[in-house]
Ligand binder design. Structure first.
Ligand code: FE
Length: 213
């Protein structure tokens, strides 16, 4: 097991990359906690060094993608993560396994990860898109990109193409489909209540929109 000081060093190196409130260092810490919880409940051996490093670094290139500076934050993130891990002296033999987790974590890629650490990271990242936190993040992002909350003239698309025209459409097009994409049993359990909350939120929002509640 790698010492705590490595993870503190990784946090310090990663922090400047996390610039937007929907993908800030607190998103990373939530994913980190969820990942460790899933690892404890999944019933098979997990390399916690790999998982912890991957959780802390998984979105280092996310702000750059949102700002249009890179195409694929997962690939660029894996590259930056390798640099950071070498700089802090992380065990060389584990670096590629961390980079793999980051490379395949992306929702849009549709890739089913091959290692348990990558499966858990993907699940933890997806769980943070659900529930009250998930809804808050969708609206934070909508505010950042000046996307409308809702527009009854724009029905949700059947297939998500990486862009939603409104925040409510994003909940339908992406967030409410997440529970069926999870890799591990513990994540599926955690997702149930979070998914239900998003459904209730949308239902109430649409009634309030019409002045019915
Ligand atoms: Fe993330």
């Amino acid at each position: 097991m790698v010492g705590e000081e490595f993870f503190e060093a990784i946090r310090r190196e990663a922090e400047p990359y996390y610039r937007h409130s929907h993908h800030d260092r607190f998103h990373v810490e939530r994913v980190y906690k969820l990942a460790l919880r899933i690892a404890g409940e999944v019933g098979q051996p997990v390399d916690l060094d790999v998982l912890r490093a991957a959780a802390l670094l998984h979105d280092v290139a996310r702000a750059m993608e949102d700002e249009g500076l890179v195409d694929d934050h997962a690939r660029e993130g894996a590259r930056i993560a390798r640099d950071i891990l070498r700089r802090v002296g992380f065990p060389e033999e584990k670096i590629e396994r961390v980079a793999y987790c980051i490379e395949v974590h992306r929702f849009r890629s549709g890739v089913k990860p091959e290692t348990i650490e990558a499966q858990i990271l993907q699940d933890a990242d997806r769980l943070d898109m659900l529930g009250a936190v998930g809804v808050a993040r969708v609206f934070a992002r909508a505010g950042w990109s000046n996307t409308p909350l809702h527009d009854p003239g724009k029905p949700p698309k059947r297939d998500y193409d990486g862009r939603s025209e409104t925040a409510i459409n994003h909940l339908f097009e992406k967030i409410l489909r997440i529970k069926d994409t999870l890799n591990t049993e513990p994540a599926r359990r955690i997702a149930e209540g979070r998914h239900r909350f998003v459904e209730e939120f949308v239902e109430r929002f649409l009634k309030e929109w019409e002045g019915e509640l």
